[in-house]
Structures are given as structure tokens and as C-alpha cells.
Design a protein around this ligand. Structure first.
Ligand code: NAD
Length: 250
């Protein structure tokens, strides 16, 4: 792999598991020094510094970002990837649930970006990449709250791209389809027949399989790299064609 990110310093929130861990590993392979902000920093991939950070706690976020700036002396890339799921409809999720999930998936992104922006302004090639989801555009059943948070991530991506364009900071997003991560593993394990549930989930993907975390990471590394220097305010779908082709399995 090209070492395009040599000398860069990157933060990946939720970088200790699943998609975030794959992003952290791929950024590192591209030459970046990577810090994973996570509730479980000890689970960060080898060679990636894990820092305990709860994106729903502003003091925790500010301390973690300042740690990176003072330890590494610069910050070039922020990947806002930490997120949690929620099932239900507008009738079944109560206000507490809305506040809890919104606070992590949306305001968490805002907190990390707010703390990071003064440092990103000093970078010769600054990029923010946000993890949204196919849910933002697909209208999935039983996902009202989760869908709303991921729609907000897409809207924020465009708003932040406009606000920070003239400062040389690019802001983009990735929209993964259902990806093979510990999160989906937990969902499958809670089903009466996990193997049958996995087969059904795979059959629902237009390309007949789950998305890999590594495939999502590839898109993130591109959006974080100078190679995508003219790309801002957009999202790359990594979903086997579901969003753009409106494909459903035959
Ligand atoms: P995961 O559960 O495997 O990993 C999420 C990581 O985020 C964990 O390490 C967890 O400790 C961390 N985290 C959770 N809350 C946090 C908090 N408050 N502060 C800091 N870290 C926190 O999940 P994943 O499947 O890798 O999902 C990662 C992102 O991708 C999420 O934003 C999710 O919405 C999005 N996504 C996932 C899928 C999928 O099918 N897996 C599809 C589309 C989008």
C-alpha cells in the first residue's frame, strides 16, 4: 500500500472494534500515526494507541484531543466513527432513548470535531470522515431513531464541508451497508437461529454477502488522503449497490 499518509496523525473514534478498528489499521498501513478513542482503549489494534474517551462526555473528548495534540504535535485526520444502534419506531423509543443515542451518534461527532478543528486548521492536508449508514437514505423498518441520527451525520457532513472549505479542511462521509462486525455478530447471536439469520441477512444484500469492515476502511483512507483533495461534502456508499442502484436481491 502507498505510504501517502506518512507523517500524518489520525484520530479514529470507536477505533477498537469492527469498522473503526479496520479504519485504524488501514490508516496506519498508509503511514499515519493513529489514535483510537474508545470506551475500550485496551482493545485497539496493535500499533494503534488506544485512549479512553467517551464521545458523549465533552470533558473526556477535549482531554483526549489535547493528549493527541501534545503527544504527536499535530493532527491531520479525524474519523468520527463511534456509534451505537437502536431498534424501534417513533412510538416505541422514549425520550431517554432518543437523547442517549443522539448524544453519541450525532453530538459525539460534533464534540470531537469542535475540539479537533483548531488543530486541523494547522494541517497542510486536513480531513474529517464521518461514518453514516445506508440507513440514512434507505428507510429501514424498526430503525427510526438510528436512521435519524445517521441522516443527521450526512447533513452535518455537508454543513461542515461548507463551513471549513476555505480553511482547507475537507469533510466527507461513508455510508456502509450491513457490515460484518462484532455489532452485527451480537445481533445475530441474539436471534433464535443465528446461522439462518446470517443467511437471511446476506440474501438481503444486492451482492449476496455482508460488506467487510476492510472495504469500508478503504473508502475512508481514500477520503482522508490527499488523493481525494478535490472531494468534499459528499458520501461514498460501500453497500454492494443497494443505495445507488436501488437493487434488491433477485
Ligand atoms: P462495533 O460495535 O463493532 O464498534 C463500535 C465501537 O464504538 C466500539 O469499540 C465501542 O466501544 C465504541 N463506542 C461506542 N460508544 C462509544 C462512545 N460513547 N465513545 C467512544 N467509543 C464508543 O460497531 P461497528 O459495526 O464497527 O460500527 C461502527 C460505525 O459504523 C457505527 O457508527 C455504526 O453506526 C456504523 N455502521 C455500521 C454498520 C454495520 O452493519 N456494522 C452499517 C452501517 C454503519
Amino acid at each position: 500500500m502507498s505510504r501517502e499518509l506518512k507523517d500524518s496523525v489520525a484520530i479514529v473514534t470507536g477505533g477498537a472494534s469492527g469498522i473503526g478498528a479496520a479504519i485504524a489499521e488501514k490508516l496506519q498501513a498508509a503511514g499515519a500515526s493513529v489514535v483510537a478513542f474508545d470506551l475500550r482503549p485496551e482493545a485497539a489494534p496493535e500499533g494503534v494507541e488506544g485512549v479512553r474517551c467517551d464521545v458523549s462526555d465533552d470533558a473526556s473528548v477535549r482531554a483526549a484531543v489535547e493528549h493527541v495534540a501534545s503527544t504527536y504535535g499535530r493532527l491531520d485526520i479525524v474519523v468520527n466513527n463511534a456509534g451505537i444502534g437502536a431498534q424501534g419506531t417513533v412510538e416505541t423509543n422514549d425520550d431517554d432513548e432518543w437523547h442517549r443515542v443522539w448524544d453519541i451518534n450525532v453530538v459525539g461527532l460534533v464534540r470531537v470535531s469542535r475540539a479537533a478543528l483548531p488543530h486541523l486548521r494547522q494541517s497542510p492536508s486536513a480531513a474529517i470522515v464521518n461514518t453514516s449508514s445506508i440507513a440514512a437514505t434507505a428507510g429501514l423498518p424498526q430503525r427510526a431513531l438510528y436512521t435519524a441520527t445517521k441522516g443527521a451525520v450526512l447533513s452535518l457532513t455537508r454543513a461542515m464541508a461548507a463551513d471549513h472549505l476555505r480553511e482547507g479542511i475537507r469533510v466527507n462521509a461513508v455510508n456502509p451497508g450491513t457490515a460484518d462486525t462484532p455489532w452485527i455478530g451480537r445481533l445475530l447471536d441474539s436471534a433464535p437461529d443465528p446461522a439462518a439469520e446470517r443467511a437471511a441477512l446476506e440474501a438481503r444484500q444486492p451482492h449476496g454477502r455482508l460488506v467487510s469492515a476492510d472495504e469500508v476502511a478503504g473508502a475512508v483512507v481514500y477520503l482522508a488522503s490527499p488523493s481525494s483533495g478535490s472531494t468534499t461534502g459528499t458520501a461514498i456508499a460501500v453497500d454492494g449497490g443497494m443505495q445507488e442502484l436501488r437493487l434488491r436481491p433477485a
